[in-house]
Design a protein around this ligand. Sequence first.
Ligand SMILES: Nc1nc2c(c(=O)[nH]1)N[C@H]1C(S)=C(S)[C@@H](COP(=O)(O)O)O[C@H]1N2
Ligand SMILES: [Mo]
Length: 312
Amino acid sequence: MTNIPSSEITPEHLYRQRRSFITRMALTPAALAAVACAAPQATTNVTPSPVTTPAVIKTDELGDPLTDYAAVTGYNNFYEFTTTKERVAEMAANFTASPWNVVVDGLVNKPTTFGLEDLLAFESEERIYRLRCVEGWSMVIPWYGFSLNRLLAQVEPTSAAKYVRFETLYDPEQMPGQKEPWYTWPYAEGLRLDEAMHDLTLMVTGVYGNPLPNQNGAPLRLAVPWKYGFKSIKSIVRISLVDEQPTSLWMAAAPDEYGFYANVNPRVNHPRWSQADERRIGEFGRRETLMFNGYAEQVASLYTGMDLRKFY
Ligand SMILES: Nc1nc2c(c(=O)[nH]1)N[C@H]1C(S)=C(S)[C@@H](COP(=O)(O)O)O[C@H]1N2
Ligand SMILES: [Mo]
């Protein structure tokens, strides 16, 4: 059999999930053919030959297969450890992600400190999202987690809350990259409250059927699939409801290059390179970048009337 993506082979042993996942599944033409061949014979009296389970290929809703487990967990951006993507996993190997607390505070009626157990207790599901890095590569990743809006509902934002600010752990002993003076540590990110409340905005606790590996932002990170990857902040320790637009690490580092919104937009180039297309990790050639990373139907209405060149 040809054309079985290695994504179907590599993670199989890791993919026996402990939790029940709701996912879209697709059959390869080869698998469908195998089913057709195994259809009952016209003659009776024949012992049916055992039917092997057809290969189930997981894809995103556009039909594109998952990126290999090896790439998802071996090619990372996590500047707290190193800027070399292939080395993040080894540099983060001894990171201690438990015990872990996440403080949710600011303009809320019920400020709360969530322990990891509390976060894992949220009813969760698998979500297959595309991740488009601002550098021009992308992946299709099967995250596991729950919508941030469910956590925010528990703390009850007040009417004064307009934005949500997220902060990564600050621990230069464990995260040697934080000794680099070029950036304003800890890593911070922000969303407008309506963006944070959108169902697509995911608090991630797992990937590929496993708890989140350190290099992917253990034990808790964000996934905002219509925005460039850098908005999906890792190893979160604080979530604050605020009334002013937060300044992210990237806005502070290079305000002309990275804006607050950072919506994936093939028509607005990075000052130093085009954003029109991207390399899907595991593929040859490049593919066109989609407006809002392909999630326009769900999120475009959040930006009605805004000049997306100005609010990049
Ligand atoms: N704390 C923190 N979060 C971060 C980053 C980082 O350097 N530090 N890199 C971002 C970038 S640029 C991308 S593309 C994604 C990569 O996520 P992944 O390694 O799980 O694919 O994480 C984002 N979250
Ligand atoms: Mo990125």
